[in-house]
Design a protein around this ligand. Structure first.
Ligand SMILES: *Cc1c(COP(=O)(O)O)cnc(C)c1O
Length: 409
């Protein structure tokens, strides 16, 4: 009798985005004549930068001739890409990261989801609330939680975000070994300053804990005093791993390229207290379970680091940031308190009613889709995430519709 991993049965039954899809479908069936504007799911909408497309095409042509064809590549990623990443994303900003500390992958979702398997099953996990659901669900699947009771998994340390702390939690009083942080944050759009990030690094050093830092939205930062990488903080190399992705920074959500930075100084411990480099474990894991990202995709990603690539990727992000400004201004003009929406594509709106009620209100009256904050955790109740990932025209139209709909009520 083949038995299942019963930890999967602990997962909260419904997945946020399928709930949303169900309500949209019901709305469309009831109102076939009305158009819907989606400011919900966090996916980009604009085309790849032209330099990336050109590099992609050229690499496909190389694959079409025996003389330039490439088979399996290095599991950790091609040197040309890892060198560009280390130099441009880290060394240029004063962070000491070398190319052999970069692991190129096909996504930060899988990397943030897989990384936990390097650690003990009884490792104590601290996770923000509200949160990107991947960190939590993958730890539940791995057996690191108890049952789901009253909107929370037993055995997980929740780091609560609130309007009081600006959705940036401080280190917990309870002990924890593995902490997930994400800045600029999905879903709240919050950013963290150097001082508060340094407090997390100090805490981790003190606790011999490890911080998994998700910097998927780093390219949206427009204030040079904010850290783009945790490795800009002294002492972080021993206690942090960072996840970065080309998905939101260069429109690669459908193309798939990301990378994880594991410094060689980063350590975890055996039960006997012996230090083990996390780099060695992740390298072993990747070479066993992963076969690298396709060569044309890595060439397309490397093109982001050329002068035109930088400029084109920045223009993409600038377009989304302009949308975010428009959303934030429109919602504030309607009297809503907003967080995020600067240095982030997400506006986190305090909706003055339960999240799902706000979702239904926007859908029914304005035909606009947002994401109910309650779907990201208990502390998200009473909030909604509005995403700037859409065209300027659609965002403008959505804000007009929301204004008209809410002014009527
Ligand atoms: C979109 C997103 C990512 C990127 O995921 P990919 O798998 O690289 O597309 C990572 N973390 C967060 C919080 C995100 O919102």
């Amino acid at each position: 009798m083949i038995r299942i991993n019963e930890d999967y049965l602990k997962l909260k039954a419904s997945y946020l985005f399928s709930d949303i899809a169900g309500r949209i479908k019901a709305f469309q069936q009831a109102h076939p004549d009305r158009t819907i504007i989606r400011l919900g799911i966090g996916d980009v909408t604009r085309a790849l930068p032209p330099v990336c497309v050109a590099a992609f095409h050229q690499a496909v042509d190389e694959m079409s001739r025996d003389a330039t064809f490439r088979g399996y590549g290095p599991e950790q990623g091609y040197e040309f890409l890892r060198q560009a990443i280390a130099a441009e994303d880290f060394q240029r900003r004063g962070a000491d990261i070398q190319a052999d500390e970069i692991f190129v992958s096909d996504g930060s979702k899988c990397d943030t989801g897989n990384f936990q398997e390097l650690f003990a099953r009884d490792a104590r996990i601290a996770i923000p609330d509200p949160v990107y659901p991947v960190y939590l669900d993958t730890n539940v699947m791995a057996g690191r939680s108890g049952a789901f009771v009253d909107g929370r998994y037993e055995g997980i340390v929740y780091l609560e975000g609130s309007r009081e702390n600006g959705f940036v939690a401080d280190p917990p009083d309870l002990p924890a070994d593995l902490v997930y942080l994400c800045f600029p944050n999905n879903p709240t759009g919050a950013t963290i300053d150097r001082q508060r990030l340094a407090a997390w690094v100090d805490w981790a050093r003190d606790q011999k804990a490890l911080i998994l830092f998700d910097a998927a939205y780093e390219a949206f930062i427009r204030d040079d005093s904010l850290p783009r990488s945790i490795f800009e903080i002294p002492g972080a190399r021993e206690v942090a791993v960072e996840f970065r992705s080309f998905s939101k920074t260069a429109g690669f959500t459908g193309t798939r390229c990301a990378y994880t930075v594991v410094p060689k100084d980063c350590k975890a411990y055996t039960a006997a207290g012996e230090k083990v480099p996390v780099h060695r474990l992740w390298s072993r894991r990747q070479s066993t379970k992963f076969n690298g990202v396709s060569y044309p995709v890595q060439r397309a990603a490397a093109a982001v680091y050329t002068p035109e690539g930088r400029q084109q990727a920045k223009a993409l992000v600038d377009g989304y940031l302009a949308n975010a400004d428009m959303i934030r201004d429109a919602m504030q003009a309607l009297g809503f308190t907003c967080f995020g929406g600067r240095h982030s594509p997400y506006i986190w709106v305090e909706c003055r009613r339960p999240s799902w009620e706000f979702f239904d209100l926007l859908l029914d009256r304005a035909g606009v889709v947002c994401t109910p904050g309650a779907g990201f955790g208990r502390c998200g109740e009473g909030y909604a995430r509005i995403s700037a990932f859409n065209s300027k025209e659609n965002v403008q139209a959505a804000m007009t519709r929301i204004r008209e709909a809410l002014e009527e009520t």
